[in-house]
Design a protein around this ligand. Structure first.
Ligand SMILES: NC(=O)C1=CN([C@@H]2O[C@H](COP(=O)(O)OP(=O)(O)OC[C@H]3O[C@@H](n4cnc5c(N)ncnc54)[C@H](O)[C@@H]3O)[C@@H](O)[C@H]2O)[C@H](O)CC1
Ligand SMILES: [K+]
Length: 539
């Protein structure tokens, strides 16, 4: 499923109306009906399964409580001046038709409405739907059963101005369930940044296609449960008009990346069929990172995994994971990876199908060997087509090199897996700027440097070297614990060794990693007690 910006949605709407000829009022009528449909289900506690609107992957079912919402009291429909307001007026009409009492609250005098919104205003007046104009402090929210937020949609611009801001604050403070039309008002549709104030919705019914801001934090939280309602926009139009951002669903994995998450193993497969991963990871203080990474590569389906370990540690790791092969490398007697000869590591990797370097690689004080030079010598000695995952400290070494732009490119075979702090070092951007537009920053870095970039965090972003971006809906806050990144790097390396192209391996790896984290968290008393090793058994 594609994810769109406000501008992309407008372009798709316009093409649907002008080039295909579906009237705008038809689209709006469908939107308003879908909005009313969602409210009726909350009020009547009827099921979600038979709705036209679908639950967005990664969104949780709304819990309408026992008695359903509203308790027979009227739903306040907050109406803005634009088409979003028009959708709200259409929803009010359908709610009244279906026996849910409504009270329309215009944010500003209804005479200010234009175009289709004005038409809907006139219809609501002819039907004598109860209506009034908002005045701060004048609404008796205790007499309402719920709220429909139809103030601002994709036409929003910046922080909500008065009186929208005051109305949003009162709606949030009312304690009532809020169903947002298309977007919670105050949310940036493109980045997911929330203005002060921003509607905190129980449920958002987004029209046509999900806006990017609904799947990036804090927007994903402000939106609550997200339903995607079809409104008559032809399937495939988004891709046809050049939209290149997707939500990473099994459908996207199958249809866009040809990486079916449920693909069966070949019945006559053997260890060699599924590739051999070399793991260059783990120092004395962080040998566990290498063990997690190497084991995850096996769990991800690789046929064989060799963990290249500093020779000082090798003895102690015998049998730690019997399925792993160990390959001691010279370490200067200190368990220090950077004392190893990168050309030796490259030669070992060249005889395998994928290399992952970085987890627990460390910076042993006084090692005397500069990680920057070590990594570049490894990079240049590797066969350019050998699939490579660069993670954790290897990314930090690469950032310190400062001249990565001059290194030879290997666009089809390189995956970087930074968290926001590591990407901040790689780009020189403050981490908060990265978090403000994760999709934009990831896309730009991957394009510029010719790598597949996995920007980890809530709703991990995968950007390929050609401008396509995928946002992962799986995972949970319990995964914010040491070692889950080591597991992810191993999972991706295992998929690369099985022959998945770089972006497919990264996307499928991220999806499976998050799904494993969700299954592991469901088995814990609290997600907080999740540790990285719990994911291995769920992969
Ligand atoms: N074919 C279509 O376009 C369809 C659109 N749908 C719905 O329409 C909205 C987008 O409508 P639009 O008129 O472009 O903008 P909005 O209604 O979101 O709001 C614009 C309106 O609000 C004022 N405004 C903008 N920013 C602020 C602010 N910060 N503070 C106060 N007021 C603000 C602005 O002046 C305008 O008057 C889309 O989301 C859908 O809900 C249909 O669903 C489908 C067809
Ligand atoms: K809205």
């Amino acid at each position: 499923m594609e994810l769109v910006t406000a501008e992309e949605m407008r372009r798709i709407d316009r093409h649907t109306i002008d080039a295909i000829g579906i009237p705008e009022i038809a689209l709006m009528e469908n939107a308003g009906r879908a909005l009313a449909d969602a409210v009726v289900r909350l009020v009547r506690r009827t099921g979600w399964h038979d709705m036209d609107a679908i639950l967005l992957e990664g969104s949780k079912e709304p819990d309408a409580g026992e008695a359903g919402w509203g308790g027979g009291k009227p739903w306040a429909v907050l109406v803005g001046k634009g088409h979003n307001g028009g959708d709200g007026l259409i929803a009010a009409r359908h709610l009244a038709l279906r026996g849910v009492p409504v009270r329309i609250i215009y944010a500003t005098p209804p005479e200010e409405l234009r175009g289709e919104a004005a038409r809907q205003r006139d219809i609501a007046e002819r039907l004598q739907l109860p209506a009034g104009v908002y005045a701060p402090g004048a609404v008796d929210w205790s007499a309402m059963g719920g709220i429909v937020d139809a103030l601002l949609g994709t036409g929003t611009g910046g922080t909500p101005r008065e009186p929208y801001a005051a109305l949003i604050r009162e709606a949030n403070a009312s304690g009532l369930p809020i169903v947002a039309a298309d977007l919670p008002s105050g949310l940036d549709p493109d980045t997911g940044q929330t203005a002060d104030p921003c509607i905190r919705a129980t449920l958002t019914v987004t029209f046509g296609l999900p806006k990017r801001g609904l799947v990036q934090y804090p927007g994903a939280e402000a939106a609550g449960t997200v339903l995607v309602a079809p409104i008559g926009i032809p399937v495939g139009l988004a891709a046809e008009l050049g939209v290149s951002t997707w939500l990473l669903t099994p459908e996207t994995l199958r249809n866009v990346l040809d990486a079916d998450p449920d693909a069966p193993r070949q019945p006559d497969g053997h260890k060699g069929t599924y590739g051999h991963v070399l793991v260059a990871a783990g120092t004395r203080a962080m040998s566990g990172a290498g063990l997690l990474c190497a084991t995850a590569a096996l769990r991800s389906g690789a046929g064989l995994v060799t963990w290249a370990v500093p020779e000082l540690l090798a003895e102690s790791l015998i049998g730690a994971q019997p399925e792993l092969m160990l390959a001691p490398v010279a370490d200067g007697g200190r368990g220090d990876w950077l004392a190893a000869d990168p050309l030796e590591v490259a030669a070992m990797a060249a005889r395998r199908d994928a290399l992952v370097v970085g987890p627990g690689l460390g910076r042993v004080p006084g090692s005397g060997v500069d990680g920057r030079g070590w990594l570049r010598r490894l990079w240049e000695a590797l066969p350019p087509e050998l699939p490579l995952v660069v993670d954790a400290d290897a990314l930090n070494h690469l950032a310190e090199a400062g001249d990565f732009a001059a290194w030879p490119k290997r666009p089809d075979a390189t995956v970087f897996t930074p968290h926001p702090g590591e990407l901040a070092r790689l780009t020189g951007l403050p981490a908060r700027d990265i978090q403000r537009d994760r999709i934009g920053v990831a896309r730009e870095y991957a394009l510029r440097h010719g790598v597949t970039l996995v920007l980890k965090g809530a709703r991990t972003v995968v950007a390929d070297p050609f401008g396509d971006v995928y946002v992962n809906p799986t995972g949970n806050p319990g995964m914010a614990t040491g070692g889950t990144g080591d597991v992810l790097a191993g999972v991706i390396a295992g998929l690369l060794a099985q022959g998945y192209p770089a972006t497919a391996a990264a996307a499928l790896g991220v999806y499976r990693h998050g799904a494993a984290g969700d299954r592991a968290a469901a088995k814990r008393r609290s997600p907080a007690s999740l540790i990285a090793g719990d994911l291995l058994a769920e992969l």
